[in-house]
Design a protein around this ligand. Structure first.
Ligand SMILES: *Cc1c(COP(=O)(O)O)cnc(C)c1O
Length: 378
């Protein structure tokens, strides 16, 4: 670190800085890896089982099932809901592509329901309009770390006897009316991709559920359909969590609450700065929600121009996501067109995620806020 304030003011501010986290927990992470290496138990061992319990406890649910990635979690969770070829699954179009490709991987058809323009999460009122006799499940995404409005969704789903899958890849630990994401639907999926709030040193994921029956089925599905070794009950998959990743995640999990508080403090500071700037819409946190700020995402009309200005000032930013799922080439065959889901399309044009990680320093945050203030004034 330079002691020259001028030099410091020109050092790049990344959108995400994983090195800062590694500097803090690297020693413990390396010890955890050593522990697994010494055990020579790499798949479905003690670390994975312990992590399953710890994540389930964090969510306030009974069972955790470790899997290879967030995508594995989604595919297997959907299978546990009986989703198969020819079925329809309702999901928001404004999400990471994996939410949709998990549906497609099973030969099912994604049916999109538009988002609420202020929260970026699926609009409960839109779900009802998309149900058909072929609907088999609803996937809700807690985007950027904010829970979707689950009460009306669960009420509707119960009425229609439809299972609800939470895609909580971005929202571990987030709160909704006193409960945590992962406990709100019938089954929930987490990703421990390295950039997530709880990130492994590679791919990893977890499914949580309150149903012992579903958890047992998921354990079979993630391991080649086997209940006992070498006896397969049904077509399964290798979707297992490995011990090294589980051991690393258990180290980081002990810091998660502290990291979330740091993210929330940064978010509050950003929002305080932006509340006085016309044209910048900070993220909305509805009453009773605990946002964990996987991303701090603002909305601004001249988004692309602002991003260029920030880049020129060596300030990192990112657009999650520039193309909604219904307009992806992948889904051209669904026949959707621009204008079908206006709130998702509008968001895709205006959202910008700013630097956000627990180790972000006040001076860095101030520089980001100042650059944006200056942009709006000119
Ligand atoms: C990261 C992510 C996934 C996929 O998780 P992987 O671990 O990368 O497979 C799915 N949905 C959302 C919303 C995500 O952010």
């Amino acid at each position: 670190m330079s002691s020259n304030p001028l030099a410091a003011s020109y050092s790049p501010i990344p959108q995400l800085d994983l090195a800062a986290q590694y500097a803090a927990v690297g020693g413990e992470v390396r010890e955890a890896i050593e522990r697994v290496l010494s055990s020579q138990q790499f798949i479905l061992g003690r670390e994975g089982a312990a992590l399953e319990e710890e994540i389930a406890r964090l969510c306030g649910v009974a069972h955790g099932v470790g899997v290879g990635s967030g995508t594995d979690a989604l595919v297997l969770a959907l299978r546990s809901c009986g989703v198969a070829a020819g079925d329809e699954v309702i999901l928001p179009p404004f999400t990471f592509v994996a939410t949709g490709s998990a549906v497609s991987a099973l030969g099912a058809k994604p049916v999109f329901a538009d988002i609420h323009p202020n929260t970026y999460n699926i609009d409960p009122a839109q779900i009802a309009r998309r149900v058909t006799p072929r609907t088999r499940a609803i996937v809700v995404v807690h985007l950027y770390g904010l829970a979707a409005d689950m009460d009306p969704i669960m009420e509707f789903a119960h009425e229609k006897n439809l299972p609800v899958v939470e895609d909580s890849a971005q929202a571990i630990g987030a709160g909704y009316k006193g409960r945590r994401t992962g406990s709100l639907g019938d089954v929930a999926c987490f990703s421990f991709y390295p950039t997530k709030n709880l990130g492994a040193c590679g791919d990893a994921g977890m499914i949580v559920t309150n149903s012992a029956e579903r958890a047992a089925r998921l354990r079979i599905l993630r391991n080649h359909g086997q209940k006992e070794k070498y006896v397969s009950l049904e077509p399964g998959w290798n979707g297992r969590l490995d011990e090294i990743q589980a051991a690393i995640l258990r180290v980081k999990l002990r810091y998660l609450a502290e990291w979330q508080r740091a993210r929330q403090a940064h978010a509050a500071e950003y929002t305080r700065e932006f509340s006085q700037i016309p044209g910048i819409m900070p993220p909305l946190v509805p009453e009773g929600y605990d946002h964990v700020f996987h991303q701090y995402t603002i909305r601004v009309e001249e988004r692309d121009r602002l991003q260029h200005v920030l880049t020129a000032k060596k300030i990192g930013s990112a657009v999650y996501y520039p193309v909604p799922l219904h307009l992806q080439p992948l889904y051209a065959s669904l026949g959707c067109k621009a204008g079908d889901f206006p709130h998702a399309e509008h968001a895709a044009q205006e959202v910008l995620s700013l630097p956000m990680y627990p180790e972000l320093r006040p001076a860095q945050l101030a520089r980001v806020a100042e650059a944006i203030t200056e942009f709006v004034r000119h």
